[in-house]
Design a binder for this molecule. Sequence first.
Ligand code: AGP
Length: 603
Amino acid sequence: MCGIVGYVGGRQAAPILFDGLEKLEYRGYDSAGIAVFDEKIKVCKVKGRLANLREAAQKTDVSGTTGIGHTRWATHGEPSGVNSHPHLSSDGTIAVVHNGIIENYEELREMLISKGYTFRSETDTEVIPNLISLCYKGDLLDAVIDASKQLRGSYAICVMHADEPGKMIAVRKDSPLIIGLKDDEKFVASDIPALLKQTRSVYLLEDNEYVVLKAKSARIFTEDKEEISRNIFNVTFDHSAAEKAGYDHFMIKEIHEQSKAVRDTLTGRISMDKKVSFDMLDKKDIENINKIYIVACGTAYHAGLVGKTAIEKLTKIPVETDIASEFRYRDPIIDKNNLLVIVSQSGETADTLAALRLAKSKGAKVLAITNVVGSTASREADFVFYTHAGPEIAVASTKAYTTQLIAMYTLALFLAESRETLSQAEIDIYKQGLLEIPDKIDEVMKTEEQIAKMSIDLTKETDVFFLGRGLDYAVAMEGSLKLKEISYIHSEPYAGGELKHGPIALIEKDTVVIAISTCAWLKPKMDSNVKEVITRGAYVIGVASEGLDDNDYRQKITLPRMNELFTPVVSVVPLQLIAYYVSTAKGLDVDKPRNLAKSVTVE
Ligand code: AGP
């Protein structure tokens, strides 16, 4: 979850590196640094944001036409200047930037120290330049290959050597890396948006591929030094979509984009006059499936919980959900008759990719639902469904989540239609319900001003509870995560019926409880749960569907009437807005919350 960039060509490297790092800062922003090279390697690196690095670079010589850069999410060693990347070998001749975790760094560090190498930082990364130095016998590619074979863990690295000017080596294993191509310049970055200002022609690197970059060439090799010819991937990505476009923050922009993102995701998949299309998934691919697993992390996992309900309701296929970091280590019972669905906005989340690889090793087919074209998940899965949310820059996921829900519903309807578990009349009702969602989102967005005002009162809170039953419980989890990750207010989601089994002991006068109620047949039960907490003094904010909102709520946000199965796409919007306005009222950095990163590419 760091961001790395590289440049080799005829222009000054520093400005190009800064441009790239700016687009990668969402991946980690504890510290930043660059190393540039002409005659010798020069390093400038600081604690804190990219702005601090730009300031520091004004005061030092960063001239050079080859360079590497890094923006860090700290894993080993606190955020500090000395722990920032790039890291140099003891003799200063090799510079490295790294995204990932070297799991055997301690034993390597001891071995290198025994051979006379010295270390300045507490990081795992610093073993890499010293190991390359130990392996170096005059050819940087050979040295990087030999060193990489001794590394355990995940890495995407860029390497420069003072004895080989105008050259850079890049290699990836389990962390993303993209190569940008122009006639007399080459670029490296952790993801595509960081390159778009320079080029739209890229190589999508696979694991254990080594690239030798010079101004006029980018040659890919296996670890056996066999050269690989790779098709150029032309990026059609809309660069402007990765800008704020007049909004104060990316997050509020992306909340406002949800109606369009949902419409874009539905287009070509759901229409009244055609069968449901699930992109490359075909009826024959799913006819023998007897169980589905949905595995993801964080917000994507919450989308999977909604997917479970939808798929089981429409297809009667049993669905098991799990968080990827648990699934990958519990030796799951999964085989060729099961389908693993992974959900991942970035398509690069380490735990989710590990779940994909584990399921494939056990013979299961894997469907990836992702928002990033060319991501590792999209390339390793058997089937891919792209959510057309557009680039999601804010660390807190919003439009990616709502379009993941659309993907889930589309999958459920595709399976139901393929396996004929619903009548055509029932399918049409669900299709109509899906096609109405963008307008329902537009309707609930009209509560934004009311929510902004109400959120001011929540800024002093230290504990907030989210309650819901059924689908509303899954949405409560997502609302709780949103509030925690951007306002730093502790919150807990609870199934409405579960609170009285202990946690209700925490309810006292003015404890804030946000209750979600969109299910008519569960309303009496949910109303009782709300009354149980009101009786104990709670301040209850109701997020309830029209006709279900008649409880003693202190504040309420009324949702438009709609097909109940699809309410999560709409009921989550007020929760996103509450989190956003509480965070901004507290003066926090909404788009880059502390300790977080957008893509968690390490375990
Ligand atoms: C979302 O608000 C969080 N930032 C986080 O939980 C995120 O959903 C999770 O890390 C999964 O990321 P992915 O969808 O890119 O795999």
